[in-house]
Design a protein around this ligand. Structure first.
Ligand code: GLV
Length: 399
């Protein structure tokens, strides 16, 4: 086990991941679409929200435990589905799922993962995890994928609604993103500087899209992610399909990618268990508000009809606390998880979770709170958060 005691924040993990992960995959994780304005706003907007310091409160016996869709969690954080995770580190999804299991939070496997549903089930002792679904044109494949998720002991399905077409990430185009990387001179030179990554990859068979290769009709080689997306992701996806998937799945359903109060009402009407306020980490509609800016209006629009969660920009426990204060029962971390994974494998993911948990606990205490269940907007500095109508809040970030 590496000594990670000097790794004190997510930024430390990011810097190490940048050194250890081949450029093409590091860039894939670390970019947003087009100008990356929304990507940057996700993290920057958290910084603008202030906290109220309270003192002389008994801070013994603190708890960050809560539930997400009725499942107990050690803190209101789940690992977000991220594509190509097994390219950040060999067997990345298995390592992430184990770290999450041992920490007591949910892990979400992406449709576009390298390790398959069956790999995760086998290597985590069939501990329940979540599966994220993209809807493709080949509906037979989708039905089988849903059935495979059930058989793998998945305890919730996340249906992503914001990626039927792909927002362009300039670096991916320039890097010629593919899994595994093509052996071009440029790639080979870059790989030569990443010996740990190469060694890990030589030690595993899992080097391409495990949920798809050999399962989807006519798909043998799937190197180009963007070409596959353009061809296969179904642009016709609509609320009727959500109903079809809800019935076919029959378990806990989470709708991911809601950024508008009207869509939030439609999501609540489907009978789904949770929605995720998400702009896909700033990777889809560049120009959308940050997730934290969009959260309060959505939380107000749906009330208690559906659980509201958020993702986008969470790099610390403080961010988790602020999201909770503004109405998110749960949060998801994508990049904070990937940086830990790319930097140190499973130990790095565990370190990322420890960092976030500790900061959440300490910040909650400084705000005079001992129980995450009781945290609300009263812990926030008035005027620094969207108590005002959403547009005024959004505008203030654009000023
Ligand atoms: C896929 O989910 C991506 O954002 O690339």
């Amino acid at each position: 086990m590496p000594d990670l005691s000097k790794i004190t924040c997510i930024e430390d993990l990011r810097a190490m991941a940048r050194r250890r992960v081949p450029r093409m995959f590091y860039d894939y994780a670390d970019s947003g679409s087009y100008t990356e304005g929304t990507y940057r706003a996700n993290a920057a907007d958290f910084q603008r929200i202030g906290l109220r310091q309270r003192v002389a409160v008994n801070l013994e016996n603190r708890s960050t435990r809560t539930t997400m869709v009725g499942q107990d969690v050690a803190m209101p954080v789940a690992i977000a589905p991220t594509g190509l995770t097994g390219m950040q580190h060999a067997d990345g999804e298995i390592l992430g799922a184990r770290a999450a299991r041992d920490f007591g939070i949910p892990f979400t496997l992406s449709t576009m993962s390298i390790c398959s549903l069956e790999d995760i089930a086998e290597h985590t002792g069939r501990h329940p995890f979540w599966f994220q679904l993209y809807v493709m044109r080949d509906r037979d494949f989708i039905e089988r994928l849903i059935d495979r998720a059930r058989a793998a002991n998945c305890s919730a399905l996340q249906l992503t609604l914001d990626l039927q077409i792909l927002g362009q990430r300039h670096k991916d185009v320039k890097n010629g993103l593919s899994a595994p990387p093509r052996p071009t001179l440029r790639n080979l030179i870059n790989l030569a500087t990443k010996p740990r990554w190469c060694l890990g990859m030589l030690g595993t068979q899992r080097r391409s899209f495990g949920n798809i290769i050999g399962h989807a009709k006519g798909v043998g080689d799937l190197s180009a992610l963007s070409a596959w997306t353009a061809e296969q992701f179904d642009p016709r996806l609509n609320w009727g399909d959500v109903e079809w998937i809800r019935k076919r799945w029959g378990g806990k359903l989470i709708l991911k990618g809601i950024m508008d109060a009207e869509d939030a009402r439609l999501a609540a009407n489907t009978g789904a268990d949770a929605l995720i306020v998400s702009n896909h980490g700033g990777r889809q509609l560049d120009g959308a508000p940050s997730s934290i800016a969009a959260l309060p209006e959505i939380a107000a629009a749906v009330g208690k009809d559906i659980e509201v969660w958020m993702d986008g920009g969470i790099r610390s426990g403080q961010d988790v606390l602020k999201a909770r204060a503004l109405g998110a029962r749960g949060t998801l971390i994508g990049r904070s998880f990937l940086y830990g994974l790319g930097a140190f494998g499973e130990a790095g993911v565990t370190r990322a979770l420890q960092i976030i948990h500790k900061e959440l606990d300490i910040t909650m205490a400084f705000c005079g709170q001992t129980d995450i269940e009781r945290v609300d907007a009263s812990i926030l500095l008035p005027g620094s958060h969207p108590g005002a109508p959403r547009n005024a809040f959004v505008d203030s970030f654009r000023a």
